[in-house]
Design a protein around this ligand. Structure first.
Ligand SMILES: *Cc1c(COP(=O)(O)O)cnc(C)c1O
Length: 398
């Protein structure tokens, strides 16, 4: 019986939209990493962009208190708790000097990834163009494709400070463009954008009538000079939405909380997609997020100082082997050029096979990421120094 059923049941074929996604380029490195761990090798994993330290205790305790509240056990409000929206408004005004209407210009999210992934559905029609940086966080591209848009790639070259060259985009592309994704401080290159760049972007957006989606997931992870907000540019609020996250800022990646700020109609459109998709963020988590944002000034500087110290020690150790890498101004990533004649996949493979260090090949973030590997400063300093020694010794032996 079952064999008859099996022979007549057509095999499952996943949707065209999934089959059209670019191939998953980390599969080979994932396989090697698993094999290495199974062999019991002493692997140092600089591959994942996920803070290693726990969430600050006050935030955990806030959740513990709020989880006891039976009112929070029911569905959360789609637009987020008013208390959280007010706290975000107060935070944004303190941090960026930008006053936002908590009822119209702020939308809490189940992590910024959720908002970034849903935003194209709120903005783009099939056949319109999404301008997407390369290298980039892969969600911008896949979410734009899911919305039926054509993706136009904006390469980020070191010669331009890893900013897209706005003059290199043809006028006919600008005319068909409906959305531009940007991400500064940038994952994976660790580059920072200044307000002057954002002013140029906003001017183009107003000229051609496209929407700007700024991914500000690392806006609070900076070292010497604070990262600006796109919304600090006059007129930006007419064309832009910016996505913020508590994940990297407060070591809260597992909690799933972030927020979008910007143009009220765009915020409302995103809220409409979400109303048809999810049912809000667990309210106890929203109240823990309030605690986090209220204690920002106490909690965040030590987290920044930790990454800055790791960055300095890691780079100094690499430099002692003659490997000089440009100093990241923000994020917890180091964007390391591959040795002459090696591509990112082979260098990554070699670092794993011969140095037991996991990094991420730049090409996994896009073609323009070729020639680099990304190392995350998300392990303790002693391990980072050990990783730098292993990398340095490997390169010296070649
Ligand atoms: C980590 C990360 C995110 C996602 O953050 P969540 O708020 O946890 O969803 C978004 N963008 C970039 C570039 C990231 O690295």
């Amino acid at each position: 019986m079952s064999s008859t059923a099996a022979s007549t049941t057509p095999p499952f074929v996943k949707s065209e939209r999934l089959r059209r996604l670019p191939p998953y380029l980390f599969a080979e490195i994932d396989r090697k990493k698993k094999a290495a761990l199974a062999e019991g090798r002493d692997i140092i994993n600089l591959g994942v962009g996920d803070p290693d330290r726990p969430t600050p205790k006050v935030i955990v305790e806030s959740l513990q208190r709020h989880v006891e509240n039976p009112a929070f056990h029911q569905y959360a409000l789609d637009q987020g708790a008013p208390e959280l929206r007010q706290t975000i408004a107060a935070f944004f005004e303190r941090r960026y000097g930008v006053a936002l209407d908590p009822n119209r210009e702020i939308l809490p999210l189940i992590g910024s990834k959720e908002g970034l992934a849903h935003f194209p559905l709120a903005v783009l029609n099939p056949g319109e163009i999404a301008l997407v940086p390369d290298p980039c966080y892969p969600v911008y591209r896949s979410a734009s494709q899911f919305a039926g848009a054509d993706v136009y790639t904006m390469p980020l070259w070191p010669s331009n400070g890893f900013l897209p060259d706005l003059d290199a985009i043809p006028a006919d592309v600008y005319h068909r463009a409906r959305l531009m994704f940007l991400n500064y401080p940038n994952n994976p290159t660790a580059a920072l954008a200044d307000l002057g760049f954002y002013e140029k972007v906003v001017a183009r957006a107003r000229q051609y009538g496209f929407v700007v989606a700024g991914d500000a997931a690392y806006n609070e992870v900076w070292f010497d000079q604070p990262a600006p907000s796109l919304l600090q540019v006059p007129g930006a609020r007419e064309v832009a939405v910016e996505f913020h996250s508590l994940s990297k800022t407060f070591n809260m990646t597992g909690w799933r909380v972030g927020f979008a700020v910007g143009h009220p109609d765009m915020i409302a459109a995103l809220a409409q997609v979400k109303a048809n998709t999810d049912s809000g963020i667990f309210t106890a988590i929203q109240f823990a997020a309030i605690t986090a944002l209220e204690q920002f000034d106490d909690l965040v500087p030590p987290i920044r100082a930790l990454y800055k110290d790791r960055r300095d020690q890691f780079l100094a150790r690499l430099a002692s082997y003659g490997l000089t890498v440009s100093t990241p101004q923000a994020t917890f990533y180091v964007w390391i050029p591959c040795p002459e004649g090696q591509d990112s996949t082979s260098f990554c493979g070699q670092l794993l096979d011969q140095a037991n260090v996991v990094t991420t090949p730049g090409v996994g973030f896009g073609k323009a990421g070729e020639g680099y590997v990304r190392a995350a400063l998300t392990v303790e300093t002693s391990r980072l120094l050990e990783a730098a020694d292993r990398i340095g010794q490997l390169l010296r032996s070649q």
